[in-house]
Design a protein around this ligand. Structure first.
Ligand SMILES: [Zn+2]
Length: 370
């Protein structure tokens, strides 16, 4: 939510092709449900009888009429419900269609998500059809290139996470911390659904809804902390989004003396334009606490000069630097940290910590450099 993240266009388009297959299935079940069980012929009619998708949907995923798979049963259940209350089913389809364009309409005044909204009775049956698509994405095989007409490689979740690596520069787009090396324990090999799939299953493989994040963010991001609440207008306005509105250039970050420990700092994150956005960011990711801990840990026992460069310390070792000189060098470090936001991990909090030290602890820094 802090740094801009978006899938490279080719990956976005390929994932969107798969997503459109899923949407087509949902719209059909809701708007033109078959008279009985979903059959192979129905799928043929839906996707065209020469489509390789027929084989993909075939017996393995749907099962036989008398021995349905879970997915096959889910298709039948949604179709049944749609047959019973066709008017409402059409409204649900329209809501899903509306939501599917969220990335194009995010900045429209009054924009909000429509599903599940007033259609909570449809959440479970829609989820049963929509969520397995994410499970297939997450599986090793994912979606085969030739079946889904993809221009790149087969589409898997790990491919998507890898596609984010070059633009990430090793930095988590959510918290500004390190992303972790691929293959290590701290690797961000899992993905964040900006709109969690348990509440918005129709967006589970939407190409503007999947992002890489560090492990810390992954674990902090829980459903009860979803940044957009029910995704109504106020909530959408009150949150940052990794590709649609990012926070790094909008927030102000200040380090202040901790009330509990005079030798520690507490980080405060504000957004003067829309205070709720910063509040949402902080609440969702526990960011002020994580950043405060991080800064304090770094300073612990080593004093404030730990943030200034080695060259800075070398220059003054054994000399008596004057305040103006130190102030100027600190200012340079602050400028460096600010110009490296999004390029170097932890730059935002580092700039804030340096500013605090410059404003309040110049004398102590000078002591440490002696
Ligand atoms: Zn993170």
């Amino acid at each position: 939510m802090l740094h801009k993240r978006e899938l490279p266009a080719s990956v976005f388009e390929d994932l969107n092709k798969v997503y459109q297959v899923k949407l087509k299935l949902l719209y059909w079940l809701l708007r033109a449900p078959p008279a009985g069980q979903v059959t192979k012929e129905d799928i043929e009619t839906l996707y065209g009888n020469k489509s390789k998708l027929l084989g993909w949907f075939g017996i393995r995923r749907l099962g036989k009429p008398d021995k349905r798979t879970q997915f096959g049963q889910a298709l039948d259940a949604l179709a049944n419900k749609a047959r019973l209350v066709p008017v409402e089913a059409e409204q649900v389809a329209a809501a899903i269609e509306h939501d599917a364009g969220f990335h194009q309409n995010w900045h429209e005044p009054g924009f909000e998500l429509k599903f599940p909204g007033g259609f909570t009775g449809w959440l479970e049956p829609v989820k049963a059809v929509a969520e397995p698509f994410y499970d297939w994405l997450a599986s090793e095989k994912g979606f085969a290139k030739d079946v889904f007409g993809l221009t790149g490689d087969d589409m898997t979740r790990s491919k998507i996470m890898q596609a984010y690596r070059p633009q990430s520069l090793g930095i988590c787009g959510y918290c500004d911390g390190p992303l972790g090396e691929i293959g290590t324990k701290a690797d961000a090999n899992d993905c964040e659904h900006f709109f969690p799939k348990s509440k918005w299953p129709h967006l589970a493989i939407h190409p503007a809804n999947l992002f890489a994040s560090c492990k810390g963010c992954n674990e902090t991001w829980k459903l009860d902390k979803t940044p957009m609440g029910n995704a109504d207008e106020a909530a959408i306005r009150g949150t940052y989004h990794p590709s649609l509105i990012t926070g790094a250039s909008l927030i102000s970050v200040a380090a202040k003396q901790s009330l509990k420990h005079p030798m520690r700092v507490s980080i405060e994150i504000r957004d003067t334009a829309v205070p709720e956005r910063a509040q949402t960011l902080v609440n969702t990711l526990d960011l002020e606490a994580r950043w405060s801990n991080d800064v304090n840990e770094k300073m612990d026992g080593r004093g404030v000069s730990v943030f200034v460069s080695k060259a800075f310390q070398d220059r003054f070792r054994g000399q008596t630097p004057d305040e103006a000189e130190i102030g100027e060098l600190l200012e340079d470090s602050i400028i460096w940290a600010r110009t490296n936001v999004g390029i170097e991990e932890r730059s935002i909090r580092q700039a804030a910590a340096l500013q605090y030290q410059k404003d309040c602890h110049l004398a102590q820094i000078i002591q440490e450099l002696l």
